[in-house]
Ligand binder design. Sequence first.
Ligand SMILES: [Ca+2]
Length: 371
Amino acid sequence: MITLRPHQKVKHRLRNSDFDSAMFRNLIALFVLLVSVIAPNAVQEVQSRAMKKQNCPPGMVWIPGGEFEMGGVGKLARPDEFPVHKVKVSGFFMDETEVTNAQFRKFVESTGYVTTAEKKPDWEEIKKQLPPHAKKPQKDFAPGSLVFISTSGPVPLNDISRWWKWIEGADWRHPLGPGSSIDGKDDHPVVQVSWDDASAYCKWANKRLPTEAEWEYAARAGKANQEYSWGKQMPKGKRIPANLWQGGFPYDNKCLDKYSLTAPVRSFAPNAYGLYDMIGNVWEWCSDWYRSDYYSGLASSSITNPEGPQSSYDPGEPNIAKRVKRGGSFLCCEQYCSSYRPSARMKASPDSSQNHLGFRAVKSEFAAGSD
Ligand SMILES: [Ca+2]
């Protein structure tokens, strides 16, 4: 038996180690060669994803393109979510979180932008949304916005005026009206922003609002035909997966998820794409006009990158043109709209702002890096 001295053992180990690492490198090279011959597209896809990750704008994630079934799943789906149809979307970058107060403040400080809620409402614009011959009120309009105010007990749920009140002086810096503030809430989503405000921010940030199809595709995060973003389970019990409403609506918020209004972004687990709060916290504006019958007018074959209908139609308020909003908010519950489903559609006029409504932005692949 040959006995190695200590220095010989080290040399021996080094030689073995050199040999092992050379073998390992050769095996990897062989593996890559084999894969590139057998599945060249897979290699390109992996390389492309790695490049996308490397070139991802700060605070955004890459959403790889694909095809999905867009529309209602399960018994809670509403008529405007049908028919379910196939949609292809190209890959795009999406904000990880809803746009925060800090981000919106940076935009306002850079541009001097004044939001819709901070401007005196224009009677000529309001008149367009009212029945013909509506008379101008005696009192002058003051800037303001809509604020959710809990009722003292149960109320008919077909009358939103019971819990939505026009509050003069409510705006993004004062989400609940005069006396409220966003001090210490830099990481909360900005609210009281209209579609026009959200679009102005996006333009400044060299981004854009997501289409309704992009939004739903990103919210599903690869979970085909699932009722909820997190799977098949209703948001019940103590492990609530998003900032929603628990308890009797709109009078008894039990806050099992710990938040009665907005929560700081990233308070709940992200979806499989790494996107936070796609469901709950605040509604998010999309770029599309809203039409209740939009899906039924689409071709039966798969459509690619749809940008929504040319015009708006909401049978509930046919005189008011509306844009789509998605994802539900801290006010969503089973008793009212159950809009914590990725397919749920909601709408509001582009000059509307509310204290449960915000947005996040996206960026097309070709626009990446053009900052
Ligand atoms: Ca909540």
